[in-house]
Design a protein around this ligand. Structure first.
Ligand code: CMP
Length: 143
């Protein structure tokens, strides 16, 4: 089953949007298999954002993601990497269309509420950065 790593960023937690965001993925039909509220460590942030190390905003990225609690999650379902990114909306604020999470709730490119893995390979790496295998819960769903 396809899996992805989704994380409500510090701005989403501060704004009380965890429930709204979780609801959207539940109602879409995806299955939540792990979740926790945590403060991201500097080491976790540097690993998570390794591909952005050379970007001018890298320092801001690490500072922001470690600035307060995040809500880290693992979800599964068919084509979840692609579909979850469609539901999140584009990274750049002006491209995030209404109907998406960012399009409905954010006007910022940096403070854009949610992170989602951009490939199945990234999902494996990102899940491993936040969840030991025993924290992924396997269960059958009725629907
Ligand atoms: P995300 O896709 O979760 O991971 C990379 C993040 O970099 C992205 O979300 C944005 O929050 C952030 N980002 C991308 N472009 C910029 C930018 N020009 N300035 C600040 N942050 C950015």
């Amino acid at each position: 089953m396809d899996k992805t790593f989704l994380m409500v960023k510090p701005d989403g937690v501060q704004r009380g949007l965890i429930g709204e965001i979780v609801k959207r993925f539940e109602m879409k039909g995806f299955q939540l298999i792990a979740a926790k509220l945590l403060i991201v460590s500097k080491e976790q942030a540097e690993f998570h954002y390794a591909e952005h190390r050379e970007k001018p905003f890298y320092g801001e990225l690490v500072d922001f993601i470690t600035s307060g609690p995040v809500f880290a999650m693992v979800w599964q379902g068919d084509d979840i990497v692609t579909l979850s990114r469609l539901m999140m909306g584009k990274t750049k604020a002006v491209d995030a269309v209404p109907g998406t999470i960012r399009g409905d709730f954010s006007i910022h490119t940096g403070m854009n509420l949610i992170h989602g893995s951009d490939s199945p390979e990234a999902a494996v790496r990102e899940i491993g950065n936040f969840f030991p295998p025993e924290e992924l819960v396997a269960y059958e769903r009725a629907n």
